[in-house]
Design a protein around this ligand. Structure first.
Ligand SMILES: C[S@@+](CC[C@H](N)C(=O)[O-])C[C@H]1O[C@@H](n2cnc3c(N)ncnc32)[C@H](O)[C@@H]1O
Length: 282
């Protein structure tokens, strides 16, 4: 049988749907774009009737098999778009999530009319938060990204080169320990999943790094330490902005209140979930 771009995507999407993908058509399209070396999904539609060679079909089939076994598309293609920028990813880092774009927006609002601030992204992973903030603010501030994982820092360095953000410095260490000066902003999407969380998807557990996910028994253990350290390292009037898990915003707000933060706010994401908690250092 001769496959065309259109018929192959349709068949692959059917297979992925049967295998439980929640976004089978999108997955099938992204993988074919990657496999054929195209720039975007639009090119699939402008080449819909193009016949594919046996080699092209075979290369694509191997990717679909990986996806059908649950491997996330971003790890297969090695890329993920975040805030309109393309980030390299591999299994050493969490795949940037759309809800984290919301955390970036909140911090961007704080930074946008200011200059010369020091911003630290704790648990930087792929560097998606700090590098996006650097791109959005035209390098008007000084940025640091910290991670405890060497593998994550290799990827964040790669992304810094790719995006050309010379003002971002990546440091290895536990939370804010590599910082021995006071800062204006601490932003973090920390590990906040409880090790006992029964709702965590199998796909996430199997493929994404455990160190990026789990915040101890309660899920809040990393956040508790980070709030305490931020309280020490932030200047007066400085901002702490945290992404939190479902149902954690009240506890985290109380933690900020009892650790010397004021003007505590929570922000809902597009699904109505309280996803970001911020506080200003008294
Ligand atoms: C939820 S991921 C967030 C990654 C990235 N910032 C994002 O939003 O996609 C948490 C990150 O924190 C890092 N991490 C975990 N514990 C840490 C610690 N004690 N100190 C510094 N980084 C830590 C993990 O390696 C991981 O990269």
């Amino acid at each position: 049988m001769e496959w065309t771009v259109g018929s192959l995507v349709k068949r692959a999407a059917e297979i992925l749907r049967e295998r439980g993908s929640k976004t089978p058509r999108l997955d099938a399209e992204l993988l074919l774009v990657h496999s054929l070396g195209l720039k975007s999904r639009v090119e699939l539609y402008t080449n819909f009737d193009r016949p594919l060679s046996e080699d092209e079909v075979e290369r694509y089939r191997k990717l679909i098999v990986r996806r059908a076994k649950g491997e996330p598309v971003a790890y297969i293609t090695g890329n993920r778009e975040f805030f309109g920028f393309e980030f390299s990813v591999d299994r050493g880092v969490l795949i940037p999530r759309p809800e984290t774009e919301f955390l970036v927006e909140v911090v961007f609002e704080f930074l946008r009319n200011k200059e010369g601030l020091t911003v630290v992204d704790v648990g930087t992973g792929s560097g998606c938060i700090v590098l996006t903030l650097c791109k959005l603010t035209g390098e008007r501030h000084k940025f640091f990204g910290i991670d405890i994982s060497k593998k994550a820092l290799e990827i964040s360095e790669k992304n810094r080169e790719k995006l050309g953000c010379s003002k971002v410095e990546f440091l290895k260490g536990d939370l804010l320990s590599p910082i021995d000066f006071s800062v204006d902003v601490v932003v973090s999407n920390p590990p906040y999943v409880s090790v006992n969380d029964p709702k965590l998807e199998r796909e996430v557990l199997k493929f994404e790094p455990a160190g990026a996910l789990f915040g101890g028994r309660t899920g809040l253990e990393v956040i508790e330490r980070l709030v305490e350290q931020s309280s020490e390292k932030l200047k007066r009037g400085g901002l702490l902005a945290l992404e939190v898990g479902i149902g954690q915003s009240d506890k985290v707000s109380n933690l900020l209140r009892s650790s010397g933060f004021e003007d505590i706010k929570t922000y809902r994401d597009l699904s109505g979930i309280e996803r970001v908690v911020t506080g200003v250092k008294e």
